[in-house]
Design a binder for this molecule. Sequence first.
Ligand SMILES: Cc1cc2nc3c(=O)[nH]c(=O)nc-3n(C[C@H](O)[C@H](O)[C@H](O)COP(=O)(O)OP(=O)(O)OC[C@H]3O[C@@H](n4cnc5c(N)ncnc54)[C@H](O)[C@@H]3O)c2cc1C
Length: 371
Amino acid sequence: MDKANILIVGGGIGGLSAAIALLRAGHVVTVIERDPQWSVYGVGIIQQSNVVRAMDQLGVLDTFLDAACGFDAVEIYIPSGDRVARIPSPTLVPGKPANVGIGRRALQKVLGDSAKALGAEIRLGVTVATLNDDGDGVTVAFSDGGAGRYAIVVGADGAYSQIRDMILPEAGKPEFTGQGVWRYNFPRPEGLDALHVYNGPIGVGLVPMSAEQIYLFATSPEPGNPFYSTEELAAAMRSKLTNAAPQIQALAAQITDNDAVVYRPLEAIFVEGPWSRGRVVLLGDAIHATTPHLGQGAGMAIEDAIVLAEELGKADDPETAFAAYRERRYERCRFIVEKSLAICHGQIGKGPAIDNHKATADMFAMVSQPI
Ligand SMILES: Cc1cc2nc3c(=O)[nH]c(=O)nc-3n(C[C@H](O)[C@H](O)[C@H](O)COP(=O)(O)OP(=O)(O)OC[C@H]3O[C@@H](n4cnc5c(N)ncnc54)[C@H](O)[C@@H]3O)c2cc1C
């Protein structure tokens, strides 16, 4: 498709990656983001080798790496606190780190600044009121009273996607998995140069995200999906780590700031049917929100963005491009959602225990394939 006027709904990781890929392909891009503050919570995210490659494809690798903390290995620990393995992870971009940890705010800044520098119009505090696809284009009425006409609308509006509900009401909603995840930042301990993973009833990880900081994540069974008020978060997170390895207990004792604890019930959805209707297409968590057990949710959203822009460049019409995009993405995204969910269910006894090492190795083998 030639230069098109494209609306992206959602200024998160997937929407901003799509903005960059589509702008580089010569399209005109407007991003609308519902949150007027465009806020992002202050912990980090793991971005593995395929994401480093994807950032290279988006043309933002150097700024991305400047804001991140590279690492080339994963260390596995057992509940006693003993290290049982240090597994090197191969890089997909020669001369660059295999994987990185990065603060979510730092990642948003890299992607947001790049999208703006390439010419994206980003409008905050705005969402879609109505969409009318008449076959030749989509007329959009915005929540602020404005309107626009677009060749394509991309719904990158996350797991509870409004655009998914509008175009594919039959696709369903994310489901609670039975687990929650707790996160907290710490100063980076000397010598911590890898992702540290602690296996056990409460899965724990330490992720380097800058020269000065790491974040700790802990996945816990949360039967009944309880609500935790802010005032109880630090004590609740410490209590989840009571039986953790000694070095994790030492960190847990420092969890005192309720406002700095980020708790989230884990939910998942994979849309098995269509991912688009007419001139409106979905990407990222809107079609495949995964639990974080393989650290690949954002990676899949970023790859979606690149593939979508590529297929629009090859096809004469949006529907052909959207079908080719879904075809290229379907199995990879399904694998990530299903395998992550299997690990989650295995940890809480809702399914057979999954060999985490093998699942991780399988994941790396799969995502290292070209997108
Ligand atoms: C606990 C946890 C840990 C994770 N850890 C990792 C990890 O280590 N590595 C990894 O790769 N992935 C990880 N993920 C997954 C990752 O966060 C998501 O896959 C990723 O954020 C998806 O990006 P997205 O742009 O599709 O959606 P989102 O990040 O949810 O962004 C959607 C955006 O759209 C906006 N929006 C929503 N509705 C509307 C609307 N109606 N109109 C306009 N704007 C709207 C939202 O405000 C938001 O800015 C994790 C997820 C969880 C829950």
